[in-house]
Design a protein around this ligand. Structure first.
Ligand code: TLP
Length: 344
């Protein structure tokens, strides 16, 4: 039985063409700045995101942590959404490693923050209080079901922050999903933000790697923090070649993932136990109206369909390069059979 793995878009395997690019990569010692393929990737990523410079990192988590470290001093305050990946899923590195005070604001269902909440939250450094130094946004927003933050919302929040001396980092792990969904260049979504990270290892389909983009001075600081965290890699061009291949060849096809997510949600919505949230991109969040999430996930897995629990009473399915339209039909057919058998 073919396993249809919808746990995340991180599960993709490199394609033959991507492996060929990896095998042919020119490499050098990247800590010495000598890896031509990493240098090319960083230049290209900075160009695509409209920033001065970029830094290749092993993961999205490290890219965000390096951004937090590079923008702040220990004891500063970072303002971020209560559903953000940095706050929910990065093992508290924001406090434990970066030494920051976290001020969470409620994410609205569309992944944005309320501008009034942001205005009220920003505080200056005084003899008593830590100063708000950094605002973190996320686009697309994972916990909000792959929601796309509209450009106007990002601009408004960034303007408020900048007006009060607060810098802005965008966790753009899936920024190209947002760009494709809105039909705008990723650089336009990054423009209001001082720094932006994005992942090659999600929708773009590379095996490893993320990049952090920003001003030259910021990236010079970030390079030291990457080394501090043990993220300075040596002949990393083998990985950068896969990332470069993904960046050049796998951006436009993200629309297919979005269509497949829509098909998946529509199909699941016809089945009694499930209430899918209409997806905007490649993430389908499903509320379970009948039965326990873990029981359903176990039953799906027994039929070769993998998904993950995603908060109380919810599971998540993510479409990606390694699941085609036929796989979505097949997954729906297997789940439909399961639901039928349970109702009998
Ligand atoms: N997200 C993973 C899990 O950690 C939940 C997933 O399967 O979606 N920012 C965002 C918005 C992310 O969704 C992720 C990964 C990261 C950062 C971290 O990237 P990695 O996994 O490369 O450290």
């Amino acid at each position: 039985m073919r396993v249809i793995d919808l746990r995340s878009d991180t599960v993709t395997k490199p394609t033959p063409a991507m492996r060929a690019a990896m095998a042919a990569a020119e490499v050098g010692d990247d800590v010495f700045g000598d890896d031509p393929t990493v240098n090319l990737l960083e230049a290209r990523a900075a160009e695509v995101l409209g920033k001065e410079a970029a830094l290749f990192l092993p993961s999205g988590t490290m890219a965000n942590l390096v951004a937090l470290l590079s923008h702040t001093n220990p004891g500063d305050e970072v303002i971020l959404g209560d559903q953000s990946h940095v706050f929910q899923y990065e093992v508290g590195g924001v406090a434990r490693v970066a030494g920051l005070v976290t001020r969470t604001l409620a994410n609205r269902p569309d992944g944005t923050l309320d501008p009034a909440d942001l205005r009220a939250a920003i505080r200056p450094e005084t003899v008593h209080s830590p100063g708000s130094r950094l605002l973190c946004l996320e686009n697309t927003h994972n916990r909000c079901g792959g929601a796309v933050l509209p450009l106007a919302a990002v601009e408004e929040l960034a303007d408020i922050a900048h007006g009060r001396g607060v810098v802005v980092h965008l966790d753009g792990a899936r920024i190209f999903n947002a760009a494709v969904a809105l039909g705008v260049p990723a650089a336009a979504l990054a423009a209001p933000c001082d720094s932006v990270s994005f992942c090659f290892s999600k929708g773009l389909g590379a095996p490893v790697g993320s990049v952090l983009c920003g001003s030259r001075g910021f990236i010079a600081r970030a390079r030291r923090f990457r080394k501090l965290l043990g993220g300075g890699m040596r002949q990393a061009g083998v990985l950068a070649a896969a990332a470069l291949y993904a960046l050049e060849h796998h951006r436009d096809r993200l629309t297919e993932d979005h269509e497949n997510a829509r098909r998946l949600a529509e199909g699941l919505g016809t089945l009694g136990p499930f209430r899918p949230v209409a997806p905007q991109t490649n993430i389908v969040v499903v509320e379970v109206a009948d039965g326990r999430v873990d029981d359903w996930l176990e039953a799906f897995a027994a039929e070769g369909v993998l998904a993950v629990a995603f908060g109380p009473g919810r599971f998540r399915m993510v479409t990606h390069l390694d699941v085609g339209r036929a796989d979505i039909h097949e997954a729906l057919a297997r789940i439909t059979r399961l639901v039928g058998a349970r109702q009998r």
